[in-house]
Design a protein. Structure first.
Length: 201
């Protein structure tokens, strides 16, 4: 994508074909002289943060220090759980089916009705804690049979396996505590990027 610069401002943006529909470009590429003569500059992207942690929305193309730049707005997702609200700010509740609700003559009975349980929008901490627990459970699953065998038949678990399982549990606990203590989204991202799961021999 290109921006065409005229009088120090962006006059148009698009592909070569969009900007110059009546001009042929060998290989679909404009040479440096053509770009200079027509005020063309490549559009570069501004920072886009990790979409696991941020809502990223595309903005306008603007000149930044003379460089046409595609802007983006990075909005951090909520760390903590929050009450789910409708567009008017009213609390939403978990709904269940009331099979006896009368919808009027000729209509089948039944309607989804609110309970007293609030609907919750889960925050990043909740979701990443669950992810860590799932990783821990998966790491332990391969040797769970040894634990069962020991309980049922008193067959000893190899020491390397005991050490490995303990390390998995320790790392899971460490990560859960670090997630809970993260002060902001960037701190949480740093925690998730510093996982140190043990390797099984």
């Amino acid at each position: 994508m290109y921006a065409q610069i005229k009088d120090g401002a962006i006059a148009a943006t698009g592909t070569l074909k969009q900007l110059f529909p009546n001009t042929s470009f060998p290989g679909g590429i404009a040479d440096a002289d053509f770009k200079t003569a027509n005020g063309l500059k490549d559009i570069v992207n501004a920072e886009q943060k990790d979409r696991q942690y941020y809502y990223v929305t595309q903005g306008d193309v603007t000149l930044v220090s003379g460089v046409p730049t595609q802007g983006f707005t990075n909005t951090a997702m909520a760390l903590e759980d929050i009450d789910a609200k409708d567009a008017d700010g009213n609390q939403l509740y978990v709904q269940v089916l009331d099979p006896d609700f009368n919808n009027g003559e000729g209509r089948p009975a039944g309607k989804m009705v609110d309970t007293s349980e609030k609907l919750i929008t889960r925050g990043l901490k909740y979701n990443f804690k669950n992810q860590i627990k799932s990783q821990s459970n998966s790491a332990l699953a391969g040797t769970d049979w040894m634990v069962i065998r020991k309980a049922e038949r008193s067959v000893a678990i190899p020491s390397t396996t005991v050490t490995y399982r303990a390390a998995v549990v320790t790392e899971c606990a460490r990560l859960e505590a670090a997630i809970a203590g993260a002060a902001d989204v960037d701190a949480l991202q740093a925690v998730m990027q510093a996982q140190n799961w043990p390797e099984q021999d």
